[in-house]
Design a protein around this ligand. Structure first.
Ligand code: SOE
Length: 410
C-alpha cells in the first residue's frame, strides 16, 4: 500500500485534538487503540491536545495519553508537527476550527453533527473541497456506522438480501434531562449546540439509516417539543469542551432552554422507502436506546444499540415453516472489523465504534483515498435537520430537503 507523503512523517500520523470531554475521551481511546488492534500502513502519534483551561487540559493530556497540551487551538492547527486535527468541541466552534485547519493543510476529523447551521456546514464543505484538491482530507465522525452489526446491515441491503426497501423505523431515546432541575448545560443552548435531541441523537439515526439503505431523505413532516422551558444555570461558563452535558446545578438562577427536547418526523426516502424517526431526551428509562428496523420485500433487519453485538435478520425467501427473526451474533472473523478483535462470541462495546472510525480514517489517509462520511455527506444530514425544524415551525407541513450538491458549487 502506498503512503501519501503529505499525511505522514516517517510513516507517522501526528494527531492534535481540540476538546477533551465526552467525545474527546472517546476519540482518545480510539487513537490509543487503533494501531494496537489493526495492522495499518501508518502509525498514529497522539501529539497534542487542546482546551482553554491550562490545568484541566494538562490533566486530560496525562489521563487520555497525549504527549503535549496547549490552550490555543490556533497554535495546534498551525504547528508543523501536526498532520491531523480532530475536532471534539461543542458544535459552535466546529466550523471555525475545521475550516482553519483545512486551510493550514491539516487533515480533519470532525465530530457530528458537522455544524450548528446549514450555512456553516456549507462553508465547511467548500473548505473541504478546496483542501481535497491539495490532497488534504476530511471526515465527519458518525461513529455508529462502524458498529459491525450496522455495517453488516448495510451489506445485507446492498447485496439485495432485503429486496426492495419499503419501511425504515428509527428511534434514538435517552432520558438524562427528565429532571426539570437538571442544569442548563451547553447541549441545551441553541447558540452552542445548534439544536437539541434533533441534532445530537436524531442526526445519528438520519445518518445511520441513510448509510444502511443507500437512500437519502427527500422530504419530512415533523414536530418538535421542549417540555422543560427553563432550567437552573450552570455556575461555570463553558470553556472549550469543558462541559459534558452532565454538569450540576448551581444556585437558583434560571435560564431558557433554547433547543428541542424531542423531535418526531416521518419521511420519504429518495429510493421509495417511507420512514419514521423519533429522537428524545425524555424517554424515561431509556438511557441510550438507538433502535432501527428495516423492512424489505425479501426480508427485514432489526438493530438495538444496547445489544450492539447482535443483528436480527428475517429472510422471507426461506420456506415459511423456517422463517422468523434470527439473531446473528456479529462476532465472527468474517463480520466487519471483527477479525482484528477476539475469537467468535467475545463481544465488543460502544468505544470500539470509534476505534473502527479511526481505523478507516487512517487507512484512507495512508492510501490517499477520501474517507466517509465526507463533509458533504454530513451537510446532507444538516439539511435534513433544517427541513425538520422548518416543518415543525410550520405546523408539521410537508417540507422537501434541499439538495446538497447545488450548494457546494459556490
Ligand atoms: C448525547 O448524550 C450523546 O453523548 C451524543 O452526543 C453522542 O453522539 C451519542 O453517541 C451518545 O449520546
Amino acid at each position: 500500500m502506498s503512503t501519501d507523503s503529505r499525511s505522514t512523517v516517517d510513516g507517522e500520523l501526528r494527531v492534535g485534538m481540540v476538546g477533551y470531554a465526552f467525545m474527546g475521551a472517546a476519540h482518545s481511546q480510539a487513537w490509543r487503540t487503533v494501531n494496537r488492534v489493526f495492522d495499518l500502513p501508518t502509525r498514529v502519534r497522539m501529539s497534542l491536545i487542546c482546551g482553554r483551561d491550562e490545568s484541566k487540559v494538562a490533566a486530560a493530556a496525562t489521563r487520555l495519553g497525549w504527549a503535549g497540551h496547549t490552550t490555543d487551538w490556533r497554535d495546534l492547527i498551525t504547528r508543523d508537527d501536526i498532520d491531523v486535527v480532530d475536532v471534539c468541541t461543542p458544535g459552535d466552534s466546529h466550523a471555525e476550527i475545521a475550516i482553519a485547519a483545512l486551510a493550514a493543510g491539516k487533515h480533519v476529523m470532525c465530530e457530528k453533527p458537522l455544524a450548528n447551521t446549514v450555512d456553516e456546514a456549507r462553508a465547511m464543505v467548500a473548505a473541504a473541497a478546496k483542501a481535497q484538491a491539495a490532497g488534504v482530507r476530511s471526515m465527519c465522525g458518525f461513529n455508529y456506522r462502524r458498529v459491525p452489526a450496522v455495517t453488516l446491515m448495510r451489506q445485507l441491503v446492498a447485496s439485495g438480501r432485503l429486496g426492495v426497501i419499503r419501511h425504515v423505523r428509527a428511534v434514538y431515546l435517552q432520558d438524562w434531562i427528565v429532571d426539570p432541575q437538571f442544569p442548563l448545560v451547553w447541549r441545551l443552548q441553541r447558540d452552542k449546540a445548534g439544536s437539541g435531541a434533533l441534532g445530537d441523537i436524531g442526526a445519528h439515526i438520519i445518518d445511520l439509516t441513510q448509510f444502511v439503505t443507500g437512500q437519502r431523505i427527500a422530504g419530512v413532516s415533523a414536530l418538535t417539543e421542549t417540555f422543560v422551558k427553563e432550567r437552573p444555570l450552570v455556575a461555570e461558563s463553558s470553556g472549550l469542551a469543558a462541559t459534558s452535558g452532565n454538569g450540576s446545578a448551581d444556585g437558583r438562577a434560571m435560564g431558557q432552554v433554547t433547543v428541542d427536547d424531542a423531535a418526531l418526523f416521518m419521511a420519504r426516502l429518495d429510493g421509495g422507502a417511507i420512514a419514521t424517526y423519533e429522537a428524545s431526551r425524555f424517554a424515561t428509562g431509556r438511557k441510550n436506546s438507538l433502535r432501527v428496523e428495516i423492512n424489505g420485500s425479501l426480508g427485514s433487519v432489526a438493530f438495538d444499540l444496547e445489544r450492539l453485538n447482535e443483528l436480527e435478520f428475517h429472510d422471507a425467501t426461506v420456506p415459511a415453516a423456517e422463517q422468523g427473526f434470527n439473531r446473528i451474533l456479529v462476532t465472527e472473523g468474517d463480520h466487519p472489523y471483527m477479525a482484528a478483535w477476539w475469537p467468535p462470541g467475545h463481544i465488543i462495546g460502544y468505544e470500539h465504534s470509534f476505534t473502527h472510525e479511526m481505523r478507516d480514517f487512517v487507512e484512507a489517509l495512508a492510501t490517499g483515498t477520501d474517507p466517509t462520511p465526507s463533509f458533504a455527506d454530513a451537510l446532507q444530514v444538516q439539511l435534513v435537520l433544517a427541513a425538520v425544524e422548518r416543518s415543525a415551525e410550520q405546523g408539521t407541513a410537508w417540507t422537501a430537503v434541499e439538495p446538497a450538491l447545488a450548494e457546494v458549487a459556490a
